[in-house]
Ligand binder design. Sequence first.
Ligand code: MRU
Length: 366
Amino acid sequence: MCRRTDGDILSGMAWRSENLNEVQTVWWEPGAVCLIDQTKLPHARETVRCKSVEAVAAAIRELVVRGAPAIGVTAAYGMALAARKSAATDRPGLLDELVRVKKILDASRSTAVNLSWATGRMLGVARKTDPGVVEIAERLLAEAHEIRDEDKRMCRRIGEHGAALLGRGSRVLTHCNAGGLATTGYGTALAPIRMAHEEGKELHVFVDETRPFLQGARLTAWELREAGIPLTLITDSMAAHFMGRGEVDCVIVGADRIVANGDVANKIGTYGLAVLARAHAIPFYVAAPTTTIDLSLKSGEEIPIEQRDPEEVTHLGDQPLAPEGVHAAYPAFDVTPHGLVTAIITERGIVEQAYEKELRRLVQAG
Ligand code: MRU
């Protein structure tokens, strides 16, 4: 793991929580990809410095950095790091190495398409750059910065589009963490919430704790509190209770991959929320940048679902919860069929149903 590698720990307290909109989840230092360590939040503020592609891949796999857009940006910097550190002396040698590095990074997590989208874009740029290895390395670093900056801009636009769906006093339920920590800026599902809050709409957010990694309890609750947005933290199984009492006006979640027919992969538990929202006639919104749309897959059945170590279910950190040796399963994501999705909020606008046609139109508009 990245953190345990000698010299990989940069320092604690290297970032400020009082200006969260400016917090970088991922940044570059000469010779290293740097990350806020999200496995430690909210109780410790540590940063991790990955000095090799293997360390970057380990940080992604072990959720030091997580959230589809953030891992895409991290992988882009990983490609730039590889080019910078490469011993290749000519262009073909470096391109071969980048193909190998792309495979390592892509294999670190399987469901979020932003990862292979970013490494594919970096490889494409390298192939178009000539003449030499130094120029390619410089160009790749500039491209990684550009991917980061684009992500920031997309999140703001998602916020602007999505905030229009939220009325004064809206009570919104969200799952997992699709906030600033999952991106390089304003978040996706949390972007409309943040923007509506800034517009003075006085929202209230129900935050699912999100078993087993607790992204909701640890990260979303922390982000919202830092932003001064009122929230109620609930366990995942309480959502039906609050919907049944009429206390939830809409659900907004992020996405790890949206395929051509509009089916959506997101954190395990999202599908159940969509079913509950339909049963209670509550709008179910998905907020994601167009970099999360994968038109190469026709339906959700084709989305690879990451299977994580079941020990993350039987244990809480080092603390055992279940009888020793009990069989457990941990699919990290599930697929919500498009028929349960009221609308998809992207940086290029909001699409409702007729997803096949509308998603293609949005992607082609880029
Ligand atoms: O396993 P994680 O924490 O990477 O899962 C994150 C999610 O499921 C998010 O909802 C999704 O990546 C969108 S983040 C803007």
